[in-house]
Design a protein around this ligand. Sequence first.
Ligand SMILES: [Zn+2]
Length: 206
Amino acid sequence: MPNREDAVIINSLVRQALTSAQEVMGDNGLNAVLRTSGLERFIGNFPPDNLEPSIQTSQYARLNQAIEEFYGRAGKGMLRRIGRASFQYGVREQAALLGVAGVALKLLPEKQRIKFILNGMVNALKKSNPQVDAWVDENGGRLAYIESTCAICHSRHSDAPICYLYVGSISEAVQWAAGKEHQIVETHCLAKGDPYCRFEVGEVRT
Ligand SMILES: [Zn+2]
């Protein structure tokens, strides 16, 4: 697999990730993984909420790996919880960016509601970083969120998909839009040599 270019992640996204991780892991847990992933400069010192470059994508991936390793078998679940908290942060702090400010979805069919929020996530990510390549796909009848520039698994190699934080964010987004839980499965992952990370939404009524 060719090495991907090491892109930059902006302050506001790192702030979102650290705030969510702190919510789920507490200060001690977060500080421990910041140390093991070489990001100790953020201990008690989160980046400001702006669009300035913050860290390299590979550092963000290392932070994800550090959280997974810190919790051992519970790591995947912790990362999914952080992903869920991260979507909630988006709704709370970045409603305009996410396109959810003042939006009422109740009258739309479920599939439309889910597509709305997945497209909102794609657009928010692209606005915050022009290097991002992400899209919503529904070939084969299943809705899927796809990113070929996924930061979570950057420079990592694995036999199985590893973007648990992303699964958590998308699960929470779909639940927010549909009003109920849908299973999200990562079917493809850059870390195992696929051309993108693909997250498939479980069966949706049309
Ligand atoms: Zn990934």
